[in-house]
Ligand binder design. Structure first.
Ligand code: NAD
Ligand code: TYD
Length: 366
């Protein structure tokens, strides 16, 4: 049966990739995107599906419970997939307020509206509330610790991860107390198209292309477990189709990398792209010096992030054995695709980085 999804944060990095994936896999379903278009939200991220009659875009705040309630009722939503969040750890250190507001109060507002519409009427309506969370709620690992499982106790260390942990607990409580049909997924670091260039991988790609320094925090030996964004969408799909209500599912790709090695790898991939295709040197003349010599010369070690988690690693074996989850993309193929996407889509990231992004998008949609 066709579904109607409400996707919060669907104009952000992962949300937009999820919307592309969903409309392609399930063309009979309707998708309503609710997104406040903060600095990280970008209507252009939905351009390739913008003419699709199954997609509706609403600019609004998840903290507005009346708006959420209205959308759930008027659009006949049966499945809510909740991505909307403040998502950057460094910003959470500089200013936690927005993280508390959106990640905690915003999730609470969605839960309140969902309960009202789906549970509190004359009869309970068929529904699912899927909450998208992160492996960062589990805290940090030592070099030889086993990877995080769904039973690893929560130990968040940054205002970002603490606000995500709080939202996970609220989602759990709405299931246990009121019977809301919830699932939660905890995913490792994502990378891929439309990744906002304040995060490590797109920052490194775009900085090389501008011939700017590549800032590596501390000793650069912190480890992250990287997953191609479409594989995250695939994992959420499986949780929605086959996941047990009230359960948490880890999603990841068994792909641990030290930050410094990722930075060096991206440099090498860009050097190979420039060597094999003369279009790139024409398009990015500033990058020519680094490409001719050595992109590693751009690496600059900078002051470490306060409270920096040393290592994340996700054990997704429950999601594999119970739901049949397996990433499609290897890191080798995923990172190549990503580097190529940024080489080809400079209009997108230049606009984001030079601050004229909001004007650029306004022009596209005026
Ligand atoms: P993002 O910052 O790229 O996008 C967030 C989106 O939410 C933006 O479109 C923004 O406009 C929107 N938004 C923010 N506040 C809002 C509000 N109050 N109301 C409505 N919309 C609002 O984030 P992302 O990287 O796409 O992450 C999406 C989700 O996935 C988040 O919940 C994040 O915690 C989780 N997650 C991210 C990663 C990762 O590596 N990026 C990994 C695991 C989990
Ligand atoms: P980030 O992409 O911000 O994701 P998260 O903090 O959620 O894991 O950072 C990934 C890793 O890269 C993290 O260990 C911090 C590090 N990092 C740098 O070394 N330099 C940078 O400029 C950035 C943005 C991150």
């Amino acid at each position: 049966m066709a579904k109607t999804l409400l996707v919060t944060g669907g104009a952000g990095f992962i949300g937009a990739n999820f919307v592309h994936y969903w409309l392609c896999q399930y063309p009979q379903d309707r998708v309503v995107v609710l997104d406040a278009l903060t600095y990280a939200g970008n209507r252009a991220n939905l351009d390739c599906v913008v003419g699709n009659a199954q997609l509706k875009f609403i600019q609004g705040d998840i903290c507005d419970a009346d708006l959420v309630e209205k959308l759930l009722r008027e659009e006949g939503v049966d499945t809510l997939v909740h991505f909307a969040a403040e998502s950057h750890v460094d910003r959470s250190i500089l200013g936690p307020d927005a993280f508390i507001q959106t990640n905690i109060m915003g999730t609470y507002s969605l839960l309140k509206a969902a309960k009202k519409v789906w549970l509190d009427g004359a009869s309970v309506k068929p529904h699912r509330f899927h909450h998208v969370s992160t492996d960062e709620v589990y805290g940090t690992l030592g070099p030889n610790d086993p990877a995080f499982t769904e039973n690893t106790p929560y130990a968040p260390n940054s205002p970002y991860s603490a606000s995500k942990a709080a939202s996970d607990h609220l989602v759990r409580a709405y299931h246990h107390t009121y019977g809301l049909q919830v699932t939660t997924s905890n995913c490792s670091n994502n990378y891929g198209p439309f990744h906002f260039p304040e995060k490590l991988i797109p920052l490194v790609i775009t900085n090389v292309l501008y011939n700017k320094n590549l800032p590596v925090y501390g000793d650069g030996l912190q480890i992250r477990d990287w997953l191609y964004v479409e594989d995250h969408a695939r994992g959420i799909d499986l949780v929605l189709q086959k996941g047990a209500v009230g359960e948490n599912y880890n999603i990841g790709g068994h792909n641990e990398w030290a930050n410094i090695d990722i930075v060096k790898l991206i440099g090498k991939l860009l050097e190979a792209e420039f060597a094999s295709d003369p279009r790139w040197a024409e398009k990015y003349p500033q990058a020519a010096a680094a490409m001719a010599g050595n992109t590693e010369s751009l690496i600059t070690y900078v002051k470490d992030r306060p409270g920096h988690d040393r290592r994340y690693a996700i054990d997704a074996s429950k999601t594999g054995s119970e739901l049949g989850y397996k990433p499609h993309e290897s890191f080798e193929t995923g990172i190549r695709k990503t580097v190529r996407w940024y080489l080809e889509n400079d209009a997108w990231w230049r606009a984001v980085m030079d601050g004229s992004y909001k004007d650029w998008v306004a022009q596209q949609y005026s």
